[in-house]
Design a protein around this ligand. Sequence first.
Ligand code: NAD
Length: 372
Amino acid sequence: MGSFSVMTPLAVTRSDSYEHEQVVLCQDPSSGLRAVIAIHSTALGPAVGGVRFHPYATDEEAVADVLNLSRGMSYKNALAGLDFGGGKAVIVGDPARLRSEKLLLAYGRFVASLGGRYVTGCDVGTDVADMDVITRVCRWVVCGSPNRGGTGDPSGPTALGVLQGMRAAAQHRWGSSSLRGRTVGVAGVGKVGYLLVGHLVEEGARVIVTDVREEAVRRVVDRFPGVLVVDDTETLVRTRGMDVYSPCALGGALDDAVVPVLTAEVVCGAANNQLAHPGIGRQLVDRGILYAPDYVVNAGGVIHSVAGLSGCALPESVARVERIFDTTLAVLERAEAEGVPPGVAADRIAEQRLTAAARSRAWHGPGRPAGS
Ligand code: NAD
């Protein structure tokens, strides 16, 4: 495992209206740890975001990913009304081969060295058990085991939030938040998708699913026998009579090939970065398809995780996640009023909050006497 070969990463942020505050390269040769922690903004509070463990092809790719993801967390947290900033970390390497207690402890010590400016948690390639290990050397961790005082796997609150976003989109599009009798296609029935299907069945929706993993599909059908299955995502997006399309697998689900053939009137799912490029937002508007922005509706996990940091009880945490209904509706109404795609409206609301917080901090920040 070599040392970092980069680094010219800050060119990546040139188009950002908000520059990253801090980017930390972490190396521990004895455990093989190579990680990057990016703090995009602490204007609203400590930066919160999970740690992704992924075999990036190059260091530049890892840095670009962590810069984009941490920026996304600033927007997600701001829009969700959280008093937390945006951060993210990536561990470079294949988790199946590289994951070890020693490596996770080394990572935890780097997070601890930031003194609370960054709070880590689960993401792709890391899980609750990993957070339990990190917690042994670092207190700024969420998503640890509930029986050890942690907030646990965020997938449940994420699925609940997506359901609320979908109900808000239904309200905006059809004048009723009820999903009873609506047909919803869920692409990807992993941790979040499976739980979302359960909520939808309970709501009285007709559900169609697809997944590349046969065992994931079997788990859904065994539990919910009325659910229909199609072979693949290409088939799902073309299915006649589908009201809502819910991407719950990987990013880039909405691209130049999918949008022209999509039969659904509403898109609302858990997957991050659903729009393959920014022009897709306008293409969806032009086709009359209502898109509930991904980072607005999939914020349930982070809302629940940080509620745990402030010792918030479960019922209050659930109530906070359910407010995604109001947030989504506000975004969709603003998009309509301003004649812009919903993703643009969401960004505007988040940027307003970030800008106000940054101004207020400049005014009241350290070194400036109170009231001056
Ligand atoms: P997961 O890995 O448990 O599930 C993803 C599922 O998608 C898997 O079952 C996988 O087989 C399937 N899949 C992959 N490629 C596919 C394809 N081409 N077609 C159909 N199915 C495919 O992940 P998850 O935790 O359920 O997260 C799902 C999405 O939601 C991810 O994009 C994730 O970043 C995002 N998200 C998750 C959370 C959370 O709390 N877990 C929070 C916010 C956002």
